[in-house]
Design a protein around this ligand. Sequence first.
Ligand code: F3S
Length: 429
Amino acid sequence: MVALTDVERAMLDGESGAAIAKAMDLLIRYADALGADRFVETDNVAGVPGSSPQWVKDYYAADGGDYRAVFSRFDLDSDEVVDVPRMNAFSCHLQGGMDPELWREQGMSEAAHGNFVSDSAQVEAHGIQLLKTCTPYLAGNMPVMGEHCAWMESSAVVFANSVVGARTNCEGRESTSAAMLAKRIPDWGFHRDDFRKGHHSISVEVPVDSIFEWGMLGYYVGDAVQDTIPVITGAISDANLIRHKHFGAAAASSGGVEMYHMVGITPEAPSVEAAFGGAPRGERFVYDAAARRRIYDTLNSVGRSTDVDYVMLGCPHASIEQVAEIAALIEGRKVHVNSALWVFTSRAVKANADASGYTKILRDAGAYLMTDTCSAISQAVPKGTKVAALDSAKQVHYLPAMMGIEGWYGTTAECIDAACTGKWQGRLA
Ligand code: F3S
């Protein structure tokens, strides 16, 4: 049984209101299911509080069918509808279902957009930051080493744990919504030192030095270690935030990696010994030329036709450096009449791209810079899409399977070429 402090007991007893009592009740059930014996305080929560498509609201029609009903019954698993106050923790909203301006281009209906606007107003009124991105760390929410967070979104979780050294499990909608109110999350899993030790070794024997290569290595690592913690050594270079972003997202897709150690690169892995922390060293995997070839072929196994009618970039949401690179690659060119190019990012990065002229360069080329969502989350692709080209191992893992389309994986430059020629010409150098 989880032990409660006096403050937590008072919250459970309703001294801070009914919604916080319901939040504590949910968190206690969650902690007991995990076997946690205490809570940690958190003041950094990322989730999708109360947001829902209309059919979820309709499901709770008898309770009013509104934000309050969904937050109470769905988010808090409450047996009654309660008033939902402003959140107590610093809270941000992750990605959602459509672009706030380009929703028509995404094929969304007026009714769906109306629901989106109404949810956004509620989120804002409850004191939640509308970051609307899978990369909150690129949009104003960068935690620090050791900070206890409660985040959803697998690519953001693996980034926070591994690259920053912050502490979060891969939370769900219910636990994050409750944590926003109670500022608590079970002291379990990645919040604890003993959970953060490496399990298996990955030896990298081919150069991994670009977003494309880091993405493929991430996909290999996830497939190899599944949901355990890899300790990676060898020929990895040119580490930067974007490469980590693509590596972690891929590792969380092919496996369930929520934390990785790169020796000499990530903060809790100054040495192999430190990364394992005295824990038994499991299997050793080797990423060599044959493994690289196998991963490339796997990522391209759903590509048949070289006629590309959709190019999607920005998974996880593009950084400003990536938007700048895309603008440089497409400036003076045009998206082919048989193709489309959608680039996804956060509102914060788009504001920067607008001010820097990149959005206009993309529009002049016939491409769109979109925010808040992506094709996998919104299940929106240009009408008639049969073949997509992607520079994200995560997105090629999900989008073709979700939408029943073909998909190619390549470099950002190969994807831009495909958008401008309508033809896939990618190859493994
Ligand atoms: Fe983000 Fe969509 Fe990829 S939400 S991580 S761009 S699948």
